[in-house]
Design a protein around this ligand. Sequence first.
Ligand code: BGC
Length: 246
Amino acid sequence: MEALGIDVGGSGIKGAIINIDAGELMGERYRIPTPDPSTPNAVAETIKQIVHHFNWSGKMGVGFPAAIQHGEVRTAANIDPSWIGVDAVTLLTKKTGCQTRVLNDADAAAIAEMEFGGGRDNKGVVFIITIGTGIGTAVFTNGRLLPNTELGHIFLKNGREAEPYASDAVRKSKNLSWKKWAKRFNKYLNEIERLFWPDLIIIGGGASKKDEKYFSHLVTKAPIVPASLLNEAGIIGAAVATKYME
Ligand code: BGC
């Protein structure tokens, strides 16, 4: 079976047709820069363009950079604040005509990693952390997701909120070396380990492709691996999530 997977990011909105039984892209992905301001209507229009690009009318799954409760957007750290309270499922269904599921972007990436990637068959506590414009988190235990964990926003021992201290966007804007940034990110991982004791940590998002630049600087108790589906995990997982439509 196939579904359209969409990943709404801080800098780009990406889509691809996914074979949801194999967890694989059926062809090239298509990317459009995230509109600025990223208001509900502007983002919905961009998603409609992606739907038209693929001439798609089937099911669509959308990974969105916010907590999504029963289809409604609850937070807006890296997206226009006018999204808060919007029923994203209704908006995108009306705009595109596709039967739509919307879920948190890190949850989407994690669903893909747990079904097809490095978390497969792991029954323990698995943390998937996505690093990009924001820091996204997803927690699985015994193969089940606890949705909408917003643990990129915890405070570290130095009193700083994790996301504006250790995201990949901060590495770029402050021109930090990989080593310097890894030191910051490691403080975040240490705090996560102190509070949650994961059995496995999987790193996804844009930075998962560059693991050779910083993984050697990370010291964790649990094994830590880059997402095996790399940056495509978000698109794949969003499409796969349509299998479990509410
Ligand atoms: C948001 C999360 C999201 C993460 C990654 C954070 O700022 O609060 O919902 O998963 O960014 O996009």
